[in-house]
Design a protein around this ligand. Structure first.
Ligand code: ADP
Ligand code: TYD
Length: 213
């Protein structure tokens, strides 16, 4: 497989806040680069104008309704796919493996638990410019454990980090997995050691084959 002739693999990480996404993504990126792969590491919300609007809403600086948030996250994602310079599509086409911290599963879980879940799902899954990942790794952790891990973070940083809220979002993630039987979602027990989790993830990624689309 050469970078020029085969598109890269599109790998998404999901999990409630503090589940270990950043930690595992960094280790996976190192692993892939050591194996000669080119890697495009990215995240949602993005750093675009829409992404900044979302961060203002997440920090509480600007108040947004659940539907506004769902629509903004989805718009951010469309642009994230099609941007000719920093987009997911161009990176995959150039043979790079794309690792994305959060994707539409987060919108389905976070905003889907706050407003009409079907509307949120349809807007994302029926959009021709939002591509399906080759693999979604869900780092599954209890809200208690995640709160303990992120307790040192700035309390005002985000509006989503309360135990009750994280419990609801985690339950909603499980509903989302039930509703997406055709997607390659792998659930990893994120309460284990960093190394054990990473070993599992590398195995999942090594197994991936790519369809040319
Ligand atoms: P996320 O990106 O999902 O919010 P992070 O990777 O930033 O999560 O991890 C949150 C915190 O938990 C960090 O301080 C990190 O060092 C720690 N951490 C990550 N994975 C583990 C693990 N498996 N066991 C214990 N602590 C962890
Ligand atoms: P992120 O920066 O990944 O936070 P963390 O590193 O703590 O996991 O995500 C910021 C917040 O945005 C996070 O609380 C989840 C929320 N979010 C949504 O509500 N909907 C979405 O579609 C996305 C991508 C994120």
């Amino acid at each position: 497989m050469t970078a020029e002739s085969t598109r890269g693999r599109f790998i998404v990480f999901e999990g409630i806040d503090g589940a270990g996404k950043t930690t595992q993504i960094e280790l996976l990126e190192t692993y892939l680069r050591e194996r000669g792969r080119k890697v495009f590491r990215t995240a949602e919300p993005t750093d675009s104008t829409i992404g900044r609007m979302l961060r203002d809403a997440l920090s509480g600086t600007v108040s947004r309704t659940a539907c506004e948030l769902a629509a903004l996250f989805t718009l951010d994602r469309v642009s994230h796919n099609v941007d000719p310079e920093n987009g997911i599509g161009q990176a995959l086409a150039r043979g790079m493996d794309v690792i994305c911290d959060r994707y539409y599963y987060s919108t389905l879980a976070y905003q889907g638990s706050e407003t009409d879940a079907k509307w949120v799902r349809d807007m994302n899954l029926n959009c021709p410019e939002i591509r399906r990942p080759d693999l979604c790794v869900f780092l599954d952790l209890s809200p208690e454990e995640s709160m303990a891990r992120i307790s040192h973070r700035n309390a005002s940083r985000e509006i989503f980090e309360t135990r009750e809220r994280l419990e609801r979002v985690r339950a909603q993630f499980y509903r989302v997995w039930d509703e997406l039987p055709d997607e390659n979602v792998q659930i990893a027990d994120a309460a284990r050691s960093i190394e054990e989790i990473q070993t599992d993830i590398r195995r999942m990624v090594d197994r991936l084959t790519v369809n040319e689309t």
